[in-house]
Design a protein around this ligand. Structure first.
Ligand code: 1GP
Length: 251
C-alpha cells in the first residue's frame, strides 16, 4: 500500500515543525475559482489543500479536484464527507473514521463502500481518527453524521479516544470543532490528546486568526486547518499570518 503522502507529512513535521492545511469545500466555489483560491493558499504558505465537505450538492467534484491539482504543487488531499467524495486526481485521502461518534456507517460502513474504489483508482488512504468536539452550536458534521460530539470540558475522554485510535493503528488524529464553529477546540483537549499519543494531531474548525492558531500550536497541534477564513474580506491576509505563525514553530 502506498504511503508517500503520509511519509511526506511526517517528514515535514520532523524536528517539531508544524503544517498549515487549507480546506476548500467544492460547494463553495466554481471549478475556476477553486483553482484560483488554491493557488493563493499555496502562495500564503499552505502545505496542502484539503477538499471535501459534509454535504456535496455540486456536481463538479472530480473536475474541481483535477483543476486544483493543476493549480498547485502542494498535495491535494481528499477530506470526504462520505464514500461518494472520491477522485483519482487527488494525491491521497484522509480515510476518516468518526471515532468520537457511535454511528457504524461513519466508523466502518462508508469505508467498506469506498475501499474497492480507492484500490481501483489507486489513491493513498491515510487512516485518520476524526474526533468531533463540542463547539457551542450544532455543527454540520454533527447533524449529518447523526453523532454526538465529545464534551469540550472533558479532555480525558478525548485523550482516551485518541489513544484508542492510535492503538488501532490510525496514522493521524483530527480534532474538529466543525466548519465555522463558534468555539474552536479548547487547548486543554489538545494538550490532553498530545500527552497520550505520538501520532500527529490536526486541529480545525473555527480558527479565524493567527492568535487562535498559535494557541492550538502551543497546546500541541501539529497541523492547523482553516476553511471559512478565506471567505473573509481580508481572508488572504489572515491566512498569511496563520501560515507565518505555523512556520515559526520548530525553527
Ligand atoms: C472544517 O476544520 C475545518 O472541517 C475548517 O473549519 O471552516 O471553521 O475553518 P473552518
Amino acid at each position: 500500500m502506498k504511503r508517500e503522502i503520509l511519509d511526506s507529512i511526517l517528514k515535514k513535521l520532523s524536528g517539531g515543525r508544524r503544517c498549515y492545511w487549507v480546506l476548500l469545500d467544492p460547494d463553495d466555489f466554481t471549478v475556476e475559482k477553486g483553482a484560483e483560491v488554491a493557488a493563493e493558499s499555496q502562495k500564503c504558505g499552505a502545505d496542502a489543500i484539503l477538499v471535501g465537505g459534509s454535504l456535496l450538492y455540486s456536481n463538479h467534484f472530480d473536475a474541481f479536484v483535477s483543476s486544483l491539482k493543476k493549480a498547485v504543487s502542494i498535495p491535494v488531499i481528499l477530506f470526504p464527507g462520505d464514500a461518494t467524495q472520491l477522485s483519482s486526481a487527488a494525491d491521497a485521502l484522509l480515510y476518516l473514521s468518526l471515532v468520537s461518534g457511535r454511528n457504524p456507517m461513519n466508523l466502518i460502513g462508508e469505508h467498506v463502500k469506498a475501499a474497492p474504489v480507492i484500490r481501483e483508482i489507486g489513491i493513498e488512504p491515510v487512516a485518520t481518527a476524526y474526533m468531533l468536539v463540542e463547539s457551542g452550536s450544532v455543527s454540520s458534521v454533527e447533524f449529518i453524521s447523526n453523532t454526538r460530539p465529545l464534551p469540550r470540558n472533558k479532555p480525558a475522554i478525548a485523550a482516551a479516544h485518541a489513544l484508542a485510535a492510535q492503538y488501532m493503528g490510525m496514522s493521524l488524529v483530527y480534532l474538529e470543532a466543525g466548519s465555522g464553529a463558534v468555539q474552536s477546540v479548547p487547548p486543554e483537549v489538545i494538550r490532553a490528546v498530545r500527552s497520550q499519543v505520538e501520532i500527529p494531531i490536526i486541529v480545525g474548525g473555527g480558527i479565524r486568526d493567527a492568535a487562535t492558531a498559535k494557541e492550538k500550536l502551543e497546546a500541541g497541534a501539529d497541523i492547523i486547518v482553516t476553511g471559512n477564513v478565506l471567505k473573509n474580506k481580508d481572508g488572504i491576509g489572515i491566512m498569511r499570518e496563520i501560515a507565518a505563525v505555523v512556520k515559526s514553530f520548530g525553527l
